[in-house]
Design a protein around this ligand. Structure first.
Ligand code: F6R
Length: 614
């Protein structure tokens, strides 16, 4: 989704802004723009498409980018919501006088009313965006104090925003404001970089201050002041240290971030369990939950919420927590939970799963649950993100930055953390010490098994070469692997734009099997578990309708080998841990299918990494 970078300091702003925008490319966008301010002169450029188009345009018109002066500036990548992707709609946007320019993430819900009001006052609009009203509102309210002008303007605004504003009238500062759309302040030496995402600032500083909703800040090159927009008081903020490494946001020799992230999964798994296993007690140590330990002991029902892959990971969690901890679990799409009147009796807790920690639907669902006095927990990857700060307690994934738009390593890590949570909750309830130790034992065996699955990459590529021109796929699994069927289908469709659906294997015969013919392959996740034979019967049903079958299993079974067309054998593990291993071939298959179909693997069309609008 849209990205923001702002710079004020001693260096030339333009190269830093463009570099920051490139770091945000993974979030998804369709146009980009930049403005720098050199004393009283603005340099402005906008372009549709990739940042390199913007850079080429600048180079063509002005020579090298570092020839452009100006130590203050703002830049933006836009993912169109109001108005098509075009130069006129790209940010930054300006007022009538051209003195006030701003970039904005989020949606101004009452922009139509505000626009009519402003037009009646003589303002002329040039774009189709909701954002432009903000620039005119600042102009309307400016009385010699830029901070005050934005503060007053925002009183009239309904919706969500992360805003950075510059003005010729006060060229030594940036004004930023946040409500519902992330913004952070990177504090360097004699320079400050603001951004919507940590990855835009980590090349320059590891010191960061996170803005909260309702905060507005005045930023100069060597200091900043943050105010609470409601109480109008200055707020003292903690400077946090970013633990991510710049190497983590580079491809390091891989063709795509997605492939790199798939291959990082052993490390990611180890990071998720590191320091969290207590073998002698057969328990998991989850320090983040200790804050609300008493309430957690009293949980009688858990509602897991998330979107997309995070939701699918949650379904694995449902099986894990119900079976291992004996707590009833329900799954809700965050986008549905926020608008339904769920019955939330005493003892209910909400667990939000989110890689970015910024997904608008998940955040709104958490707020709704908090409003109703329910305990809220989170499994979040991005440290300091809004969800991680708003839940009552939570667990970080520590998976590092995930740059590929399609989630791979973080899904793996979410499942790993859910195993730990099932262990933690289970040992407080019915789980015996020996079962706890058995889980820990196998968790410790998994890293080398993950490595083994990764060696199947070439084999999976060959399978993809056989099937890459197919137009439809079904993914099937039972129990713990049923959510993997949904995840496998999601990965294939989002990366290759091939129609793919996930089903519980037993559901096929209730309708979807009507679609099956020789051109509709089915991908089964069928380890040798308690439902292996049931999966075999479902494969027979597909086979008798000429459907092709690809299967992931951990057993070379004669019957299985007779039915399937292609078999991927992964190492054996406990039934409840199989998703951690079976996931990898699904990711690799989707990856190779996308490459063979010549798709933009890391940035699939129409998608954004972090969905901060409804
Ligand atoms: C799919 C994918 C999305 C996200 C979803 C939730 O590969 O990445 O489905 O899982 O948008 O995002 P987070 O986890 O950031 O809340």
């Amino acid at each position: 989704m849209c990205g923001i970078v702002g710079y004020i300091g001693k260096r030339k702003a333009l190269p830093i802004l463009l570099n920051g925008l490139k770091r945000l490319e993974y979030r998804g966008y369709d146009s980009a723009g930049v403005i720098t301010l050199d004393q009283k002169n603005f340099f402005i450029e906008k372009e549709v498409g990739k940042i390199k188009n913007l850079e080429e345009k600048i180079n063509k018109e002005f020579g090298e980018v570092d020839r452009i002066d100006g130590n203050v500036g703002i830049a933006h990548t836009r993912w169109a919501t109001h108005g098509e992707s075009s130069v006129k709609n790209a940010h930054p946007h300006k007022d009538c006088s051209g003195k006030f320019w701003l970039v904005h993430n989020g949606i101004i819900e009452n922009y139509n009313e505000l626009k009519s009001f402003l037009e009646k006052r003589g303002h002329k609009f040039i774009s189709d965006t909701d954002t432009e009203v903000l620039a005119h509102l600042v102009e309307e309210n400016y009385q010699g104090n830029l901070l005050k002008a934005l503060e007053t303007a925002l009183k009239k605004v309904e919706g969500t925003y992360g805003i950075v504003l510059v003005s010729k009238n006060e060229p030594d500062k940036l004004i930023v404001a946040r409500k519902g759309s992330p913004l952070l302040i990177g504090v360097g030496k004699d320079e400050i970089i603001v951004a919507s995402d940590v990855s835009a600032i980590i090349s320059y500083t590891d010191k960061v201050v996170y803005l909260n909703d309702g905060e507005i800040a005045e930023i100069k090159k060597d200091n900043f002041k943050i105010f609470n927009n409601i109480k109008k008081e200055e707020v003292a903020k903690k400077i946090n240290k970013i633990t991510w490494d710049i190497k983590e946001i580079e491809k390091s020799g891989f063709d795509h971030f997605m492939l790199k992230e798939i291959f990082e999964q052993k490390e990611v798994f180890l990071n998720a369990i590191k320091g969290r296993l207590l073998f002698s007690e057969g328990k998991a140590k989850l320090g983040g939950l200790d804050l609300v330990a008493d309430k957690i002991r009293k949980i009688k029902r858990l509602i897991i919420i998330g979107c997309g892959s995070a939701y699918n990971a949650g379904v694995v969690g449902e099986y894990l927590i119900e079976n291992l901890a004996g707590i009833p679990v329900e799954l809700e799409y965050a986008s549905e939970f926020r608008y339904r009147n769920s019955v939330l009796e005493d003892g209910v807790a909400i667990l939000a799963i989110s890689q970015s920690g910024e997904t608008a639907d998940t955040l709104a669902a958490i707020r709704e649950a908090k409003e109703k006095g329910v305990l809220t927990l989170g499994i979040v990857n991005v440290v300091g993100s809004t969800i991680s700060r708003e839940v009552d307690a939570g667990i970080y994934n520590h998976a590092g930055p995930e740059i590929s738009v399609a989630s791979t390593k973080v899904f793996m890590s979410q499942v790993a953390v859910l195993v730990l949570m099932a262990l933690y909750l289970g040992r407080q309830r019915k789980m015996s010490l020996s079962q706890g130790r058995e889980i820990i034992d196998e968790l410790q065996n998994l890293p080398k098994k993950i490595d083994k699955v990764l060696t199947l990459n070439d084999e999976i590529k060959k399978i993809a070469q056989k099937y890459f021109s197919m137009k439809n796929f079904a993914f099937l699994g039972r129990t713990y692997n049923e959510p993997l069927a949904f995840e496998g289908a999601l990965k294939l469709k989002e990366l290759s734009y091939i129609h793919a659906e996930g089903f519980p294997s037993g559901e096929m015969k209730h309708g979807p099997i009507a679609m099956i013919d020789k051109n509709f392959p089915c991908f089964f996740i069928a380890p040798n578990d308690s439902v292996f034979k049931k999966n075999l019967s479902n494969m027979e049903e597909i086979k008798s309708r000429q459907g092709k079958i690809i299967a992931i299993s951990n057993k070379k079974d004669k019957k299985l080998e007779k039915i399937i067309d292609d078999l991927i054998i992964i190492p054996k593990t406990k039934e409840y841990l199989n998703p951690i291993l079976a996931l990898i071939p699904l990711q690799l298959f989707a990856y190779h299918m996308a490459v063979l179909n010549k798709k933009d693997v890391d940035k699939p069309r129409n998608l954004a990494k972090s969905v901060t609008v409804e």
